[in-house]
Design a protein around this ligand. Structure first.
Ligand SMILES: [Zn+2]
Length: 268
């Protein structure tokens, strides 16, 4: 199957770039791109999520709780906007995919005559403001003692939406919600737990053991190779090689495999 260089998706776009330098030390890159529109919701711009309770504006969180909110001002808008510009760093260049030995579709000519090299695939992520967005990010400023308890959420159902509190970029929350946008369920579902695959929002699906809770798709910040799932699934769409045939490493320095003249990786 020929490689598909670009895929436009309902949830995100993707591009597979093979190295064009001819340098056999250079890997390929698979970039997932989520375009977003940012909406600041407050008493002046209710954005469908601000309600008035007993005369004061409040924002409903993912659990339905109605939090008191503050209005946005110039400095808070700017700080939050800039924090979203940096969000792609959470997921970008954390994983490297190695093609299965039987697959030679990425092979490129090596400077030595008759040799080839087989690049690995670096997993990149872009999160870019755009007026034709995949998702809307609605941001609120939850106020007071309950602010830390604002339950942010991301839904892939229509309308695609993410609701964030002002503080989320400085908590594990933003990376977790972006994980949902990329199609990941909570950690126990990622580990194959049947009950969590059926309903990943049950409390236990965020992890039962401490090390599970520490994962970004639990309630922590850690990334593990299983969090490369969105890239593994998408590289399958680009190459026709099934997701589970790609091995995941978090060593981003792994060099391409060099294949000498007349040799085949299947013979090694
Ligand atoms: Zn979640």
């Amino acid at each position: 199957m020929a490689i598909t260089p670009s895929i436009a998706g309902a949830d995100f776009d993707s591009t597979l770039d093979l190295p064009t330098s001819g340098d056999p030390r250079h890997n390929a890159t698979l970039t997932l791109t989520v375009r977003y529109r940012l909406v600041f919701a407050d008493s002046k711009n209710r954005a469908g999520i601000i309600v008035t309770v007993e005369g004061s504006p409040r924002a409903r969180d993912g659990t339905g709780f109605r939090h008191f909110i503050l209005d946005w001002d110039g400095p808070t808008r700017l700080k939050f906007t800039r924090a979203l510009w940096r969000a792609e760093r959470i997921w970008s260049f954390k994983f490297l995919l190695t093609p299965p030995m039987r697959y030679d579709g990425l092979d490129l000519p090596h400077p030595n005559k008759g040799w080839k090299f087989r690049p690995n695939v670096l997993c990149a992520f872009r999160f870019v403001p755009d007026d034709k967005p995949h998702i809307t990010v609605t941001a609120v400023r939850a106020e007071g003692a309950m602010a830390g308890a604002f339950t942010s959420h991301a839904a892939r159902a229509t309308p695609r939406d993410m609701v964030l509190d002002y503080n989320d970029p400085w908590r594990p929350t933003l990376g977790h919600e972006l994980g949902h946008v990329l199609g990941m369920l909570h950690i126990l579902a990622l580990k194959g737990d049947k009950a969590c695959l059926a309903d990943a929002n049950a409390e236990r699906c965020y992890g039962e053991k401490d090390y599970e809770k520490a994962n970004i798709m639990g309630s922590g910040r850690e990334l593990w190779p299983l969090n490369a799932l969105p890239w593994r699934e998408r590289i399958a769409a680009h190459t026709g090689v099934a997701a589970d045939e790609w091995s995941v490493s978090m060593d981003m320095t792994r060099a391409p495999t060099v294949i000498g003249n007349g040799s085949s990786l299947l013979d090694i």
